[in-house]
Design a protein around this ligand. Structure first.
Ligand SMILES: Nc1nc2c(ncn2[C@@H]2O[C@H](COP(=O)(O)OP(=O)(O)OP(=O)(O)O)[C@@H](O)[C@H]2O)c(=O)[nH]1
Ligand SMILES: [Mg+2]
Ligand SMILES: [Zn+2]
Length: 308
């Protein structure tokens, strides 16, 4: 790109879209398509240099594009570690998220709480507050939905029971999203795009037609995008989380990412207790006493064993 400087100087902005080396930066006076200044790309690359959610300084150019000159330090980021021949590459799914929103359906597809527990471990590991959305409430009784999701609030994860179809509970979600940068994730077909369309009419996100193959179009493009909300704040669809492996989590640290299990670990007889078979295990005692949900304990054991 030919860079002709304008007289405007540096302008602060937010990266709201990233695709193949081009970044859309939202500034006070509109959005600019930008590239990275060459010197930012020097040196060994062990991770993404810039990502959606980054706050940057941009030089507007006379041709209406811009040049990203610097990237502000990240408060936190959702990172995916990608092992490559030259070392572990840090792929940034989203910079500076305020919270994670994990969307599941009450039915169709049936709720996959093991995947939810895996997502929650990822959020805990990254220090990200998480909320759970139980969508498609119109398809089940409230009691049935609560049997699946009812124990999460006590663990520190609020659950919003919602129907994108009837609009029930949509206001609760909108209130939670306003003014924040949220990372949205969940299995295919649970209604993520439908929910975003309901919250922000005009987004016009494609909703999967009934019967359409679930994995159609997946991984064909590598676009990451933040959707602005009218009331303030942004939502990012984070498909990368779906496949986020836990291999960068050591088995021994996993118990620390289950809020109901972590405080029990010190009471186990063995300091290296895996909570699977050892005698005098406080975690197994809590499962038997009913204070740790068997489903959550099962998720812990399976994740610890390396299952997805
Ligand atoms: N009954 C019912 N159906 C819903 C609801 N929300 C979404 N759907 C339907 O569920 C299907 C999938 O919805 P999408 O919004 O495309 O789901 P998604 O999570 O974005 O799926 P991917 O983009 O594949 O990850 C569509 O047929 C929607 O019409 C709901 O609250 N109730
Ligand atoms: Mg979708
Ligand atoms: Zn134990």
């Amino acid at each position: 790109m030919r860079s002709t400087y304008s007289a405007k100087g540096l302008v602060p902005g937010l990266i709201v879209r990233a695709q193949s080396g081009f970044f859309t930066v939202q500034t006070e006076s509109g959005s600019l398509t930008c590239q990275l200044r060459g010197r930012l790309k020097q040196g060994p690359r062990l991770g993404d240099i810039a990502a959606v959610g980054d706050r940057v300084q941009v030089t507007p150019l006379t041709d209406g594009t811009g040049m990203i000159e610097s990237i502000e330090p990240r408060a936190r980021s959702l990172v995916r570690l990608d092992p490559r021949p030259k070392g572990v590459y840090q792929q940034i799914i989203l910079s500076n998220p305020d919270q994670a929103v994990f969307v599941f359906a009450c039915a169709n597809p049936s709720p996959h709480t093991r995947m939810l527990d895996r997502f929650l471990v990822i959020a805990e590991k990254q220090g990200l507050p998480a909320i759970v959305v139980a969508n498609k409430l119109d398809l089940v009784d409230r009691e049935e939905a609560e049997a699946t999701f009812g124990y999460y609030p006590a663990l520190g994860y609020p659950v919003l029971y919602i129907s994108a179809k009837t609009g029930e509970g949509i206001e609760l979600l909108r209130a939670r999203l306003t003014g924040k940068v949220s990372a949205l994730a969940g299995p295919s077909g649970v209604g993520k795009s439908s929910l975003l369309n309901a919250i922000q009419p005009g987004l016009g996100l494609a909703v999967r037609e009934v019967g359409e193959a679930t994995d159609r179009g997946r991984h064909t493009t590598n676009v990451r995008q933040l959707f602005p909300l009218d009331g303030g704040g942004y939502v990012a669809d984070t498909p990368g989380l779906r496949t986020l492996a836990l291999w960068d989590t050591e088995p021994e640290e996993l118990d620390g990412y289950f809020p109901e299990i972590a405080p029990l670990v010190a009471q186990c007889a063995f300091s290296d207790c895996t909570h699977s078979h050892e005698p005098d295990c406080a975690v197994r005692a809590a499962v038997e006493a009913g204070s740790v949900q068997p489903e959550r304990y099962d998720s812990y054991l399976r994740l610890r064993a390396g299952e997805e």
